[in-house]
Design a protein around this ligand. Sequence first.
Ligand SMILES: Cc1cc2nc3c(=O)[nH]c(=O)nc-3n(C[C@H](O)[C@H](O)[C@H](O)COP(=O)(O)O)c2cc1C
Length: 387
Amino acid sequence: MPRLELTTAGESHGPALLAVLVGVPAGLELDVARIDATLARRQRGYGRGARMAIEHDRVEVLSGLRRGRTLGSPVALRIANRDASINDLPAVTRPRPGHADLAGMMKYGTRDARDVLERASARETAARVAGGAVASQILEALGVRVVGYLRSLGSVDAADVPDDLDEIVRRRDASPFLCPDATSAAAMTAAVDAARAAGDTLGGVVEVVARGMPPGVGGFALPEHRLDGRLGGALLRIQAMKAVEIGLGFAASRLHGSEVHDGIVPDAAHGTRRATNRAGGIEGGVTTGEDVVVRAAMKPLSTLRRPLASVDVLTGDAVEATVERSDVCAAPAASVVAEAVVALVLADALLEKTGGDAMEEVRRNLDAHRRACDALVGRLPPPDRAG
Ligand SMILES: Cc1cc2nc3c(=O)[nH]c(=O)nc-3n(C[C@H](O)[C@H](O)[C@H](O)COP(=O)(O)O)c2cc1C
């Protein structure tokens, strides 16, 4: 059973989205304004469509909180939809290739893809981002920081991503693409504008770095304990994500072992450290204590203003696919969703390691674990000769 578990509910044009997070320790000072700031970041990004201009996401905390501190009970969050027209929207009978429309119609036996897309739509990710923002606050209170940003958009790569997380956040938050490399902004703008003019869409790659995770979190006793698998699954469960990399990722398959693995060197403070971090902070499904670094590739959005071929399910005729209100590129927003799901997985794994019902207990157990890791390596004291 997961230690920290998020359930979401809500349709794209229903009254609200809901997030219920079970397993938040008691005694966390929850900053609700910071959850709202993260929701606002998810709504940003050059290339987003009209819907995001309508919605102004804010979270209402329904449970789990008293006088600003968590109680240990489930934290329920509600985000109202301004556009709550679900019952008035027309039927969708011309499924969009690449969306969940036709596959979902087959699954549920319906000829109206509206019944499908209302939940398959990525509006749901607002609830995941809210839950992830709580997970981020648990992690930050324990000395772990998770930062997500855009790594590339279409074929335009971010050239210069600094190592310093404060600098990444500063640059990211000043960027219309949530990208820490300002020099690529002009090329990204041109790419989005050209796609929009052509009635087309674009994808991108998002990256998340988690700094401060202690070593020894995750597991391999069972395959499902492996942290790389848990992160990969969580990232692929974001709408439109089609590939995931950890550390060097796909590039590692083309290199020699000597070019891939991270040498272990002595370290005065921690006993050991790694000379490099090509593994992305995970070996054997367990954290090494280096940064956890993951990337996910998002396909171009499937709602095209110049639509692709489809079939009207009411007639069987060849037609053009439905055109819903849609973004040209949502990869910047997806970086916020990726940050959220990584925070949820890492907070779950960390709490599983530490146990603890209240933050104070979690902190105590984590400090003891960190001390034990630091003391693991080194010359053993002389054996006790007494007696
Ligand atoms: C933040 C975000 C925003 C999205 N916005 C749109 C959109 O405006 N139009 C669209 O067609 N797809 C959008 N998508 C992608 C679809 O939700 C997704 O392609 C669809 O649910 C089918 O799932 P699949 O691509 O994983 O197969 C978005 C995805 C994310 C993560």
